[in-house]
Design a protein around this ligand. Structure first.
Ligand SMILES: C[S@@+](CC[C@H](N)C(=O)[O-])C[C@H]1O[C@@H](n2cnc3c(N)ncnc32)[C@H](O)[C@@H]1O
Length: 263
């Protein structure tokens, strides 16, 4: 299922929601996805990296500090701006950014040793972006694709459902489940291994949970359809907190590893 341009521009035209989401996940999560990923992918100082749908560059920065150079591409001007500013603030001179759609980008003869596409492939024409990955992967390179299976953040959805039956298309069952691409990925890259990263988040108060909820694409793509959604969620999360003395959600990430895994 492809997301229309109108839906997409609502989701990522502002940088703040994604930035808030990442910051809250980092503050209240039990584990760090980037650290875990670096341990899996083991980037080398001689290698180059391409991040398709890089967002604010958060994950790319972790990788590029261990590599020769990196390129991040994204469609959102706002997120690319934040990524460029963050790269400058960190003094990173080996990373550049390009505004382009992952399924249409023209990168000439460039080849990359590592290609990432995290929480973004399902917004693109998947056959085309996978062909681009194959085209621009070095002969010994590897590709990592992240997505969220339906079991991800069940509690978030349960709280949302207490407020409204409305479910946006980006939360339809299977939308961000990358396992559905397995036949295409195997056919294109041969080896395809799935890994899973599980990260429980424990919020310190209902207010922090509400801040997290309002940073999600679930809220952003529901708020126009559901009147007073934020106020309803605030009330429900306070009651949930009173009843259970906590709010936790469990983030579950699937990672497809393609090409040549490092031994
Ligand atoms: C959930 S965010 C993930 C960002 C980043 N990969 C991360 O893990 O933090 C999805 C990103 O995909 C980008 N995106 C969506 N459609 C795209 C397309 N066709 N080409 C490039 N980027 C796209 C959005 O702008 C957004 O930055």
């Amino acid at each position: 299922m492809e997301v229309t341009v109108e839906q997409f521009s609502q989701l990522y035209e502002q940088a703040k929601p994604l930035e808030d989401r990442i910051a809250i996940q980092q503050a209240y999560g039990t584990r760090d996805l980037t650290e875990w990923f670096l341990d899996l992918a083991k980037p080398q100082l001689s290698e180059t990296v391409l991040d398709i749908g890089c967002g604010n560059g958060h994950q790319l920065f972790g990788v590029v500090t261990k590599c020769r150079s990196g390129l991040g591409i994204d469609l959102s001007e706002a997120l690319l701006d934040t990524a460029r500013q963050a790269a400058a603030a960190r003094g990173l001179t080996n990373v550049r950014f390009l505004k382009a759609s992952g399924d249409q980008v023209e990168l000439g003869l460039e080849r990359f040793d590592l290609i990432l596409c995290n929480f973004a492939i399902y917004y693109m024409d998947v056959a085309r972006v996978v062909a681009k990955m194959r085209q621009h992967l070095s002969p010994t390179g590897r590709v990592y694709i992240m997505g969220s299976p339906d079991e991800n953040a069940r509690e978030l959805l349960e709280i949302h459902r207490r407020a409204t039956p409305f479910l946006p298309s980006v939360y339809a069952p299977g939308f961000s489940d990358i396992r559905k691409y397995e036949p295409l990925l195997r056919q294109t890259f041969g080896a395809c291994t799935f890994h899973q990263f599980i990260n429980p988040l424990r919020f310190p108060s209902p207010e922090v949970f509400v801040a997290y909820y309002t940073s999600t694409t679930l809220f952003q793509s529901s708020q126009a359809a559901v009147e007073g959604l934020e106020a309803k969620i605030r009330e429900i999360s306070r009651a949930w907190w009173q009843e259970k003395q906590e709010i936790r959600i469990t983030k579950i990430v699937d990672i497809a590893e393609l090409g040549r895994p490092r031994s």
